[in-house]
Design a protein around this ligand. Structure first.
Ligand code: COA
Length: 336
């Protein structure tokens, strides 16, 4: 792995979630399911969803505003915006461009989205690390925001139980004190198993070429395959990330995993031999909010006093692609 030239400081973090709550009991009005089935298989009790005109841009804006305020960096000094969004309200303009203008970041600052599904924030951190490390930009805003509820099939009980909407954000900057907050960071992808989770874009071909067929544009997932892939790949992968940081698991204070399934979180916990206090899980209240799930868990964990700052954490995620990634990071005082 290439070493970055300039060290990175995580300066501020934030999150935004919609008000509307859908409980497992609510879902029983849509199809044959039960709170017991959903909770025991996934650890989820409820999820938040956007309503009315609200969408992932609003959530991303709220998260970004909080992260920028917490960072103490002026919006005028943000040099680049990267949004990890796989279920945005529009394919373009990019969610990052919308957040840039809403937040008052100068209207020439480069802003782009990347698609790495639920691993998106870790991918964005890797890109930001490269850009700051190479001295191209100094202050980068990362936003992870998705409105999954607009893209799931609410008649499909194996998928719509899982997802919720939300956003997280992080401001990263060149660490002028020379202390790097990224102790290790790695991202991966295996396109050969992309069929495990996919979503087509709506559209049809020119009728002069062939008869028009509407494309089904909903999230499709083979839950069992995803589950098996994650529990066989992620635990040993995390071991490697910890080793890359020159640490052992017990040196790290917290595990903040992607919130996709409580059973997956527990498999990682067992691998690391962590007691419950070191593992951050809020899947019960939000479901899977894609790339936003790690920053939401992080910020909420700090707000609720579960995470003490001046500590270290391992962040790890996985998602469509299939993509996966992990980072061992320093969480400084004052980021939230
Ligand atoms: N309520 C009640 N029954 C349900 C149900 C629901 N919401 N959803 C599915 N079922 C039924 C199925 O129809 C099936 O019935 P059958 O045996 O009669 O055919 C049975 O439950 C088992 O279904 P299956 O899909 O095999 O269940 P599972 O134990 O694999 O659990 C998931 C399903 C989705 C909870 C689980 O596979 C999972 O969490 N996978 C990981 C997904 C993930 O993390 N995705 C995000 C990646 S970022």
């Amino acid at each position: 792995m290439t070493q970055n030239v300039k060290p990175i400081r995580i300066a501020g973090i934030g999150y935004g979630v919609p008000e509307t709550v859908i409980t497992n009991d609510d879902l029983t009005k849509l199809y044959d399911t039960s709170d017991e089935w959903i909770y025991t298989r996934t650890g989820i009790k409820e999820r938040r969803v956007v309503s009315g005109n609200e969408n992932a841009v609003d959530l991303g804006f709220a998260a970004a505003k909080m992260a920028v305020e917490n960072s103490g960096i002026n919006v005028e000094d943000i040099n680049c915006v990267i949004a990890a969004s796989s279920a945005p309200p529009q394919l373009y303009p990019a969610l990052s461009c919308n957040v840039q203008s809403r937040l008052g970041i100068p209207n020439y600052v480069p802003s782009f989205d990347l698609t790495a599904a639920c691993t998106g924030l870790i991918y964005a951190l890797q890109v930001a690390r490269g850009l700051i490390g190479a001295g191209i930009y100094k202050n980068i805003l990362l936003v992870a925001a998705d409105n999954n509820s607009r893209l799931v099939d609410w008649e499909d009980r194996s998928i719509s139980i899982l997802f919720g909407d939300g956003a997280g954000a992080m401001v990263v900057t060149e660490a002028e004190d020379g202390v790097d907050d990224i102790l290790s960071l790695d991202v991966r992808a295996d396109g050969s198993i992309g069929k495990y989770i996919y979503m087509n874009i709506p559209g049809n071909n020119c009728p002069l070429v062939e008869p028009c067929e509407q494309v089904d544009a909903k999230i499709h997932m083979s839950g069992r395959d995803v589950y098996k892939f994650v529990v066989t790949t992620l635990p040993k992968y995390i071991d490697k990330c910890i080793e890359d940081a020159g640490m052992v698991a017990s040196d790290i204070d917290y595990l903040i995993p992607h919130q996709a399934n409580q059973r997956i979180i527990e498999a990682l916990q067992q691998r690391l031999e962590y007691p419950d206090e070191k593992v951050v899980s809020n899947i019960k209240y939000y479901g899977n909010t894609s790339a936003a799930s790690i920053p939401i868990a992080l910020v909420e964990g700090v707000q609720q006093g579960k995470i003490k700052l001046g500590s270290t954490a391992i962040l790890c995620g996985f998602g469509a692609g299939m993509t996966w990634g992990a980072a061992v990071v320093r969480l400084r005082e004052g980021i939230c």
